[in-house]
Design a protein around this ligand. Structure first.
Ligand code: GLA
Length: 691
């Protein structure tokens, strides 16, 4: 809901539980008024007339209070907007007008030829903010920095705490919480993709728990380099600024008539602790971000860990038969099916099936997989190129490079310059042909290295390559989705290197991590769940001992229950699994399909975080609930704690369909559920149905 004061200078956007209010002064300063519990327009108007504090000349009353601090004038905070023309640097805007479209509010400002429009849209209790910059003048304008939004937190005496998700390859989205101190905490990526190192999300609280307390969260929807800066200013006020690009050294140059729309930076205020904040983020993504989120994601098999590059059609058929017998619904051929791709040294760029491995293309295998009753999927990495490829031999200038400098190879590959239209057109033709050549239902889209030599000889403003690569990637995905509406896409980047709200608005799921060890995964999944829903969190059951990382031995039970907390997949070498293992796996897959609606579309409650002992999550949907619990190690023979459940009706009773046991709601809520777990690496799934 959007309300506007009579004088047209105070605006308030409200969701069911929260409000966000802003005010334009007579001097055209756009001030932040409120972000928190729901308030009325009259409350916002009362806030608007409170005078700004007076300071000695060493501080500015605007700092920490503006909606979108620009560079220039009496401001000492980090600017969200920094622009330069031939003659001037910085911005001094005047207000032009506001307008609304549906529930979107737009505030338009102008500084000479540059029009700056701030956009606000409340979706449930998530506020989406972004900015458009239009150069309507005659001369070019350089955007040194153009953030999506600046968020302002209310004054709190007890100090703020920052939650973030950090990591690296095979250890993504690990949650940490630290007190915020004076100065700035900056996270981001200057790698050209979202990165494994930080998810573009932070949360701030003062004293929240999983169940209680105020939590502010913000998340950026951009799949290239990005930055979120959390600043605690001299008077302890806190602001969060974020947007595309890591540095302030130049994002784009807008020629006359050109414009730039920043990515969306979304924000949430919630007062139900970290758990309620996560559930609100999940519901928002399922309702507004993820395509077709109401549809179940199928159980998939992926051949990567089973075969690596050593693949053949016959071997894939064998795996497919075993996968189908287990109840798998989508069979995915990973790397190694195309060009001269028999190792990571060659083939990227040549998206036609390898004639030795697939003499008649992918169609016969795809048809076979379909006959087995499964969907068929493939792996691609379109933005990349091996120097040993037909494409590179034909177009060595299609890559990102600096004239006269080394071309840095990671994993023997270079990055295509997707800002070039000819490159985009080539990829479109290759991928469109590929998707038309075989019955392909799913594409795992990978990105396996960071930018290093992001140059573009001959281009007068090569910096634009960073933004235009992402725009090119999005445009390709959008075009392919439109032309092949039945095809689902997974975002992968060496595991979880490209997970953000931007890519999630055009993909169906993400590859959470190359780390498929079921114990490590619990922490990765716990972090992931702070912001993203299980509906997109792909998780595979792979071999024991773990082949990729650590040789850890774990039971099929533990591996399955770990992976069943997301979109279940199987990635082990099924050719080596015994009849008993295959049969047991089939039973887990069957169980997963039964609990899938709860996991993929239900509300998530994190009952205990994975910190060494017992951990558990619970999904609730209507009168059904399911608990997935894991015991890492039982110590000193102590009894394993009961799990106090959430989201149930205390007056109802719940029956376990497997055992017929009946539990009283109030007891489950206040005294807990006994799991029966013991020893090391034990796990269980407990279903309960309201009676
Ligand atoms: C990346 C992915 C893996 C696999 C390999 C193939 O590392 O994350 O799952 O697809 O590439 O080369």
């Amino acid at each position: 809901m959007l309300e506007i004061a009579e004088n047209g200078r105070t605006w308030i956007l409200s969701g069911p539980a929260s409000s966000y209010a802003l005010h334009l002064t007579a001097e055209d300063e756009l001030l932040h008024l409120h972000w928190g519990p729901r308030i009325a327009l009259a409350d916002a108007e009362a806030l608007a007339v409170r005078p700004l504090p007076e300071y000695w000349p060493f501080e500015s009353p605007l700092d920490g209070r503006e909606e979108y601090p620009v560079e220039g004038g009496p401001r000492f905070t980090r600017p969200a907007l920094s622009v330069r023309t031939e003659v001037r640097r910085g911005t001094e805007w005047s207000f032009e007008a506001y307008d609304t479209e549906g529930d979107e509010l737009r505030l338009r400002f102008r500084d000479d030829g540059l029009t700056i429009t701030l956009h606000y849209r409340m979706r449930d209790d998530i506020l989406e903010r972004w900015v458009t910059l239009d150069n309507q003048g005659q001369d070019p304008v350089e955007l040194l920095r153009a953030d999506s939004a600046t968020w302002t937190l209310p004054d709190r005496e007890d100090g703020w705490r920052l939650s973030q998700l950090h990591g690296r390859w095979a250890a993504e989205s690990l949650l940490t919480r630290t007190p915020l101190t004076y100065g700035e905490k900056v996270i981001g990526s200057r790698r050209g993709h979202t990165g494994h190192q930080h998810l573009p999300w932070v949360a701030l609280d003062t004293d929240a728990t999983e169940e209680r307390g105020e939590v502010y969260g913000v998340a950026l929807g951009w799949s290239g380099s990005w930055r979120i800066a959390v600043a605690q200013l001299p008077d302890a006020r806190v602001q969060i600024t974020g947007g595309a690009g890591y540095d302030d050294s130049g994002l784009l140059r807008l020629a006359a008539g050109e414009s730039f729309t920043t990515p969306v930076f979304a924000g949430l205020w919630s007062d139900g602790g970290f758990g309620a904040a996560s559930r609100a983020w999940h519901a928002y993504q399922r309702a507004y971000v993820i395509p077709d989120a109401d549809q179940d994601r199928p159980v998939l098999f992926n051949s990567w860990e089973a075969t690596n590059f050593d693949i053949s059609e016959e071997q894939q058929r064998t795996l497919a038969r075993r996968a189908a017998a287990m109840g798998v619904e989508l069979f995915v051929v990973d790397d190694g099916w195309f060009g001269a791709r028999t190792s990571d040294r060659a083939g990227l760029g040549d998206w036609a099936p390898n004639p030795d491995r697939f003499p008649s293309g992918l169609k016969p295998l795809g048809d076979y997989v379909r006959e087995l009753g499964m969907q068929f999927g493939i792996w691609v990495e379109p933005e990349m190129i091996n120097p040993d490829s037909e494409l590179y031999r034909a177009h060595p200038d299609w890559v990102q490079y600096q004239a006269g400098r080394k071309r840095t190879e990671f994993r023997n590959q270079l990055i295509l310059n997707l800002a070039r239209e000819d490159v985009q057109e080539y990829l479109w033709e290759q991928l469109d042909t590929l998707l038309s050549s075989a019955p392909i239902d799913y594409v795992k889209w990978d990105f396996n290295r960071c930018f290093t030599d992001a140059g573009w000889p001959g281009e007068p403003y090569p910096q634009r390559l960073w933004v235009d690569h992402v725009r090119g990637f999005y445009a390709l995905l959008d075009r392919l989705r439109e032309a092949h509406p039945g095809v689902a896409f997974e975002s992968c980047s060496g595991g979880g290197g490209r997970i953000d709200l931007g890519v999630l608005s055009r993909t169906d799921q993400v590859w959470t991590s190359d780390n498929t060890d079921p114990l490590d995964r619990l922490a990765i999944q716990d972090g992931f769940s702070q912001i993203h829903p299980a509906r997109v969190m792909a998780a595979w059951v792979t071999d024991s001992p773990n082949t990729q990382l650590n040789g850890r031995v774990s039971s099929l039970r533990f591996r399955f229950v770990s992976a069943m907390a997301g979109v279940l997949g199987v990635g082990g070498d099924l050719a080596e699994w015994t009849e008993e293992e295959l049969a047991e796996a089939g039973r887990w897959v069957k169980l997963y399909k039964e609990i899938r609606p709860l996991v993929q579309h239900g509300d998530l409650y994190r009952l205990r975080p994975p910190r060494g002992g017992l951990s558990a999550v619970q999904y609730v949907r209507g009168g059904e609930t399911v608990v997935l619990a894991w015991l890492q190690a039982q110590k000193y023979g102590e009894p394993v704690p009961s799990l106090r459940l959430r989201g149930l009706d205390p007056t109802a009773s719940y029956e376990c369909p497997e055992t017929g046991e009946v539990h009283r709601g109030v007891i489950l809520l206040h005294h807990g559920l006994r799991t029966g777990l013991r020893g090391d690496l034990d796990a269980t799934v407990i279903r309960l149905r309201r009676i």
